[in-house]
Design a protein around this ligand. Sequence first.
Ligand code: BG6
Length: 287
Amino acid sequence: MNKPAATREATYQGLPAIELTLPNGSAAVILHHGAHVVSWQAGAWGEQLYLSPTAVAAEGKAVRGGIPVIFPQFEQRGPDYSLPRHGLARTRAWTLDTHRAGPDHALASFTLSDTPETRALWPHAFQLEFTVSLGPNRLDLELHVTNPGDTAWPFSAALHTYLAASDIGQVRLQGLEGCRFLDAVTQGEYIEDHPEKRFAGEIDRIYELVPRSLLLRDGPRRLTIESETFEDAVLWNPGPEKCIALSDMPDDDWRQMLCVEAAQVLNPPTLQPGDSWTARQSLVLPD
Ligand SMILES: O=P(O)(O)OC[C@H]1O[C@@H](O)[C@H](O)[C@@H](O)[C@@H]1O
């Protein structure tokens, strides 16, 4: 008989983590550090996320791979330009709030609030809740942002999902045709004209107002990438030259990954005192 769905406290590189497991063999591992998903094994489909074998998980550092949570600045695009690149959530220890399993799902929820240290970087009161829910062939990620303070603040956010690729040359991505995008490599602005995108090297683009569902094909694998509230999608691969320059990624591993990030970057929302904002990304494989 298969083991029932379960949650189990574990460690990863000496840091606290939680493991979610399901009867069909699906599993996910989430670090308290960054509330960072470092692995998603989807039943018979196997590992779906890229995690660099040379990634370093430590307080104050960002893990290369998995699913970094980006808040309240994306890259160095503001709205507060003084913040560290990609903000302050991915490099901090979050609090494991809840974890539980049902017959065929398991979830864990983490929280992060402002501290004197975060207020020295960004002078605002905030509460983040990040919930990871594992289903037999899906992973649902929800980011809930609250402003508990008495002044409004603008923010950006993203789930910087590193998807594993059998080989980047085999990957196709459908759903972006007709969307405007900003290309950080050429600094240009364009409209996507490919119904099915292919990848050959470096890409760093923010697509605006994307459809709620994209489809990634990689050989027989069909991964649906759904999003809610997040208006943008970021595609990122460092390509061969920039990958060599990354100290926490093997030189050739750009071939093994593609970031398809659910993001709110081009139109940063402003959160009024007492208000909340909730956004989701779901990764879904066929049964
Ligand atoms: O090296 P980092 O800080 O994790 O960032 C990785 C990449 O993240 C992407 O989201 C950005 O669009 C890229 O410009 C950036 O290089």
